[in-house]
Write a protein that binds this ligand. Structure first.
Ligand code: NAP
Length: 285
């Protein structure tokens, strides 16, 4: 069965519209700032797409674009001025940044209450500690898909391929919080197939087309493909979808799977940031 990300996104849209209306009725228009450091074409396209998506919800969205020659200090200044700007509730810093710039340093300049993609150490620490905070949008999209389709996580064996701060690690923590038994594989893992074949839920977040083949998947497993890669002019994921679909019980397509939900999660996080500010700025522990 195909796990349809568009369906999840449509389901979320109704609830988001209601929350945005309540904010607007209270005089608050959620404001999103998308920061592009450098001339990466995919990042620019993604930024434009996010702006359009935000505006389709009646959200004010600004793209701040800096040339390849931008310095780390200048980018940090951009982030600090957005921290001080009351019309901005959420900041998204798109990667990659120009060579020589430490993305960590730029990310850490962000006010954690505006860090809607959960990249700052403050928000990552809160996730690890099981406290409320902003969690990266893609891992939340994975969890939303599982929930929408009523797929049980409690007590299941989950294997995650990839351990990045933006996908692999946070999705592993979210699965763990839902009581899955989680194994994380990465580029230093020996026999990945041996481990992935034990998974009831297999999440691949590597970024390598053809990474997951049918022999790596247990019959009846749920397969979530987070990868987004370009191959022969097409967008594909990590998973050999056709052959794996014949063995799995559920599978996400690429495109139309996790990616379709990620953007809705970003809007949801922005709305949450605006609601938190309205309620005094805390994470309501
Ligand atoms: P990343 O930072 O490059 O991380 C890739 C991870 O894969 C790393 O942990 C790396 O291990 C691991 N890896 C690399 N080669 C491997 C191999 N041969 N076997 C096992 N693990 C291997 O990438 P990311 O930002 O997490 O993104 C991963 C993919 O998801 C990309 O295709 C990206 O475009 C996509 N993505 C999709 C969405 C969405 O909305 N659908 C959002 C974000 C990202 P090491 O840590 O050992 O290097």
């Amino acid at each position: 069965m195909i796990l349809d990300g568009q369906k999840v996104a449509i389901h979320m849209a109704g609830e988001l519209d209601k929350r945005i209306k309540i904010l607007k009725d209270g005089g608050i228009i959620p404001g999103l700032a998308i920061v592009l450091g450098g001339s990466s074409r995919p990042a620019a396209m993604y930024g434009a797409f996010l702006k359009k998506k935000a505006e389709s919800y009646g959200i004010s969205a600004t793209v701040i674009k800096k040339p390849d020659s931008v310095t780390e200090g200048e980018l940090i200044e951009v982030i600090r001025s957005l921290n001080d700007n009351h019309a901005i509730h959420g900041i998204l810093l798109l990667m990659p940044l120009p060579e020589g710039i430490s993305s960590d340093n730029v990310v850490e300049a962000m006010d954690p209450y505006k860090d809607i993609d959960g990249l700052t150490a403050a928000n990552r620490g809160r996730l690890a500690a099981g406290k409320p905070g902003f969690v990266p949008c893609t891992p939340r999209a994975v969890m939303a898909i599982l929930e929408e389709y009523g797929i049980a996580v409690n007590g299941k064996k989950a294997v995650v391929l990839g351990r990045s701060n933006v996908v692999g690690l946070p999705v592993s923590l979210l699965l763990l919080q839902k009581h899955a038994t989680v194994t994380i594989c990465h580029s230093h893992t020996g026999d990945i197939a041996e481990i992935s074949r034990t998974a009831d839920i297999l999440v691949s977040a590597v970024g390598k087309p053809g990474m997951v083949t049918a022999d790596m998947v247990k019959r009846g497993a749920v397969v979530i493909d987070v990868g987004i890669c370009r191959q022969n002019g097409k967008t594909v994921g990590d998973v050999e979808t056709k052959e794996v679909a014949e063995k799995s019980s559920y599978i996400t397509p690429v495109p139309g799977g996790v990616g379709a939900v990620t953007t809705s999660m970003m809007i949801q996080a922005l709305v949450e940031a605006a609601e938190k500010r309205k309620n005094g700025g805390s994470h309501n522990e």
